[in-house]
Design a protein around this ligand. Structure first.
Ligand SMILES: Cc1ncc(COP(=O)(O)O)c(C=O)c1O
Length: 375
C-alpha cells in the first residue's frame, strides 16, 4: 500500500527515520557504555518495540500500564518512575520491572517490604533545583513548587538502606550544554551520595537525534560520571527516539471564509495532536510557509466544536482545495499517546512506512474505540 491511498486522518511512522535515530542513540551507548531507554510516554507504538529493542537497552514507564506494555512487547530492561504507586500497582510492578524510582522517602518506605522481597533495584528521583528552560514552565520540574523530585534539604547525610540509584529529569527538547550545567548543580548537591551507588539516571529531554546536537559534550559527561563515580549511566529520552519519524496526514473537508480562508480538516489539534494547544507550538506542514510568506495564507482548523481547535496559520503557493491532503511533520511523538475522542472524533489510524516505501496498516480505530471508553 502507498501513503497516498491510506485513509485519513492517519499517523504514518517512517521506519527508516526511526532506524536513523536509533543508530545515533546506539552509537552513544557503544562509545560510552551508557544505557538508553525508550520513554514510552512519548512513543508507545509497540509494533516497533522489537525494532527499537535491537538498538536500545530497554524501556521506561510512567506507571504500571506502560511498564506492562514494555514487559509484554519490549522484553529488555524495564524501569518505572511514578510520583506515587498504589499497593496493588507496586505488587505488579515488582514482578515485571527491574528498576523502580520513587519520588519521596515516604513512598520508598511505604513500599519497602514489597520491593525488598522482590529484589528489585530501587532509586530516588531528586530535584537538582536548577532550571534551564525558559517559556515552558509546564515542562520544568525544577520550577519553584514542583512536586517532582526530592529536594536536597529533605535528605540527611546518607541515603536510606537499599537505595541503589538516583534519578533526575529536568530537560525538555534541549542540547547537552543544559545537561552539563544541570549535572554540575546535581553533583554539588547530591554528588556525595553517588559513590557506592549502582546507577544514575539522567532522565529525558535530551534532543540527541536533532541535527546539530552536541553529541561529543554528552559523551564526555557520561564518561566523566562513569569514571569518577563508577555508576551505570542511564538516559531515558522519548522524543529523541522518534523525532521527525512520523507524520499526521489529513484531508481538507471544507473551506470557509472569515478574514481569511479557513480550511476545515479531518484532523484536530485537541484530539490528535494535543501538544499543539498544550505546549503550545506550531507543527511543521510539508510544503507550506509562515503566514504571508507564500501566495495564500489560510487558517487550519478542526471539525470539532472547540473554537480554539486551530492548528495555525500557514501560507501556500496555491489555496488547497477540498479533498487535498496536508501532511504535518514530527507527529510520531506525544501524538498517539495523548490522543482522545472528544466530540466523538475518530482516532487516526496507525500505519508504518517500511524502508521500501510500502505502507502497512498497523491499527484502525472506529466507533467501538469511542464507545469502549465510556459507559
Ligand atoms: C521522568 C521522565 N523521563 C523521561 C521523559 C521523556 O522526555 P522527552 O520525551 O522529552 O525526551 C519525561 C518526559 O516528560 C519524564 O518526565
Amino acid at each position: 500500500m502507498r501513503a497516498e491511498t491510506l485513509r485519513t486522518p492517519v499517523y504514518l511512522v517512517d521506519e527508516a527515520a526511526l532506524i536513523h535515530n536509533l543508530e545515533i542513540l546506539h552509537g552513544v551507548e557503544e562509545r560510552t557504555g551508557c544505557h538508553i531507554l525508550l520513554a514510552q510516554k512519548a512513543f508507545s507504538m509497540f509494533r516497533v518495540y522489537p525494532l527499537i529493542a535491537k538498538y536500545l537497552s530497554g524501556a521506561t514507564a510512567s506507571g504500571l500500564y506502560e511498564a506492562r506494555l514494555a514487559h509484554e512487547e519490549f522484553g529488555k530492561e524495564n524501569h518505572v518512575f511514578c510520583p506515587a504507586y498504589t499497593d496493588e500497582e507496586m505488587a505488579e510492578i515488582c514482578k515485571i520491572c527491574d528498576h523502580i524510582s520513587f519520588n519521596s522517602l515516604r513512598q520508598l518506605e511505604h513500599h519497602r517490604p514489597v520491593w525488598e522481597a522482590a529484589g528489585v533495584s530501587v532509586g530516588l528521583r531528586v530535584n537538582p533545583a536548577h532550571s534551564t528552560q525558559e517559556g515552558h514552565a509546564i515542562y520544568d520540574p525544577c520550577a519553584p513548587g514542583s512536586r517532582l523530585g526530592i529536594l536536597r534539604s529533605a535528605l540527611g547525610d546518607s541515603l536510606p538502606a537499599g537505595v541503589e540509584g538516583l534519578h533526575f529529569h529536568t530537560l525538555c527538547e534541549q542540547d547537552s550544554a543544559p545537561l552539563v550545567e544541570t549535572f554540575q548543580a546535581f553533583e554539588e548537591k547530591f554528588g556525595q551520595f553517588l559513590h557506592g551507588l549502582k546507577w544514575l539516571n539522567l532522565g529525558g529531554g535530551h534532543h540527541i537525534t536533532r541535527e546539530g546536537y552536541d553529541l561529543a559534550a554528552l559523551e564526555k559527561l557520561i564518561l566523566y560520571i562513569r569514571d569518577k563515580y563508577d555508576v551505570e549511566v542511564y538516559l531515558e529520552p522519548g522524543e529523541a527516539i522518534a523525532l521527525n519519524a512520523g507524520t499526521l496526514i489529513t484531508t481538507v473537508m471544507d473551506v470557509v471564509e472569515n478574514t481569511m480562508p479557513i480550511l476545515i480538516l479531518d484532523a484536530s489539534a485537541a484530539c490528535h495532536m494535543p501538544d499543539v494547544l498544550e505546549m503550545p507550538y506550531r507543527p511543521p506542514l510539508l510544503g507550506a510557509g509562515m503566514p504571508g510568506e507564500k501566495a495564500v495564507t489560510c487558517r487550519l482548523g478542526a471539525r470539532t466544536c472547540l473554537a480554539g481547535d486551530v492548528i495555525g496559520d500557514y501560507s501556500f503557493d496555491k489555496q488547497p482545495e477540498i479533498g487535498d491532503r496536508l501532511v504535518f511533520g514530527d507527529m510520531a511523538i506525544y501524538s498517539m499517546v495523548k490522543n482522545n475522542t472528544f466530540n466523538g472524533m475518530p482516532l487516526p489510524d496507525i500505519t508504518l512506512r517500511h524502508p521500501d516505501g510500502s505502507c502497512e496498516i498497523v491499527r484502525q480505530f472506529g466507533y467501538e474505540d469511542f464507545k469502549g471508553r465510556l459507559s
